[in-house]
Design a protein around this ligand. Structure first.
Ligand code: MN
Length: 293
């Protein structure tokens, strides 16, 4: 089945400042909060830093109820967290931080690195796991394959015989799709997933519908295949998952189920509650949470 026109949503990103870098934010927006459990999508770069510019500088801050999922395309970022992990992420790798009941981390461009191109997504944790102990995982090798002139990297989930190692707790998929020359490929989709295509570089088309760089085309569900075309140098992310049947609420860096829960997380972080711990080896003052109205 091809895309049902009524289910489509074309979502333009808004530009936000994150740690001194202009990022394009596609999720959440009023008309689209989630795609499966994917609940946040920031696209940083591609950016080149001038001599003396420090790049990304995100001081210690907390998370609850989600996984932060970083897909690195160019440059490097140093992740440090309150479990004691200190992990550089390089192009082609995924960093995954499962916040569970609470964690703090910082993210920075290391000295000597002059570029950044990355996507950071958040995955809402289901009810059964959202209070779990926090953990951090680094995935240096992900399944890759080619179809015609299209290069695929499976970031999370299963596709055909390919299985990504990436830890996740609800039915979910993420595929990076890239082409050096203009190329097309047909992808097999799951009818019980909803999907979206986000363009990172160049331009793309989904079943003939054009999608520009930094645009997200929400495709809906009940699709069994998708024809994706990319321009020369084009790159896109196919995101999908089973629709969450839980009311997800977000405030700042927190994902929860109620306003009272989010307000409690704000108060806990701002009062230095040990629930979040201290980011190792990072002397900067923690970033306070804005108060929830
Ligand atoms: Mn973060």
């Amino acid at each position: 089945m091809s895309i049902h026109p009524a289910a489509r949503q074309r979502i333009s990103t808004r530009v936000k400042d994150v740690g001194g870098i202009a990022v394009s934010r596609a999720l959440p927006v009023r008309e689209r909060r989630t795609i499966g459990a994917w609940c946040f999508l920031d696209h940083a770069g591609p950016a080149l830093f001038e001599y003396g510019q420090e790049g990304l500088q995100v001081a210690p801050h907390p998370h609850i109820g989600l996984q932060t999922f970083t897909w690195m395309l160019d440059g490097e970022v140093l992740h440090r967290d309150s479990l004691g992990y200190r992990q550089r992420i390089r192009p082609g790798q995924v960093n995954l931080m499962t916040a569970g009941r609470g964690i703090a981390h910082s993210e920075d461009t290391p000295a000597g690195i002059d570029r950044l191109h990355a996507a950071q997504l958040w995955i809402a944790l289901p009810e059964a796991e959202r209070d779990m102990a926090p953990r951090f995982d680094h995935y240096p090798d992900l399944p890759r394959w080619q179809d015609g002139g299209v290069n695929f990297t499976l970031l999370v989930g299963d596709y055909g015989a390919h299985r990504a190692p990436t830890l996740h707790f609800s039915p979910l998929i993420g595929i990076d799709i890239a082409a050096q020359q203009a190329a097309s490929a047909d992808l097999l989709l799951r009818e019980d997933f909803e999907y979206g295509l986000f363009v990172l570089e160049g331009s793309a088309a989904a079943d003939g519908e054009p999608v520009a760089a930094n645009e997200l085309l929400y495709l809906g569900k009940e699709l069994t295949s998708l024809a994706v075309s990319l321009s020369a140098g084009g790159r896109a992310l196919l995101l999908g998952g089973k629709k969450l049947n839980e009311p997800v609420m977000m405030w700042w860096n927190f994902v929860g189920r109620s306003k009272a829960e989010l307000q409690a997380a704000v108060a806990a972080w701002n009062s230095g509650d040990p629930r979040f711990g201290r980011v190792v080896d990072d002397p900067r003052a923690p970033t306070p949470s804005p108060i929830m109205p």
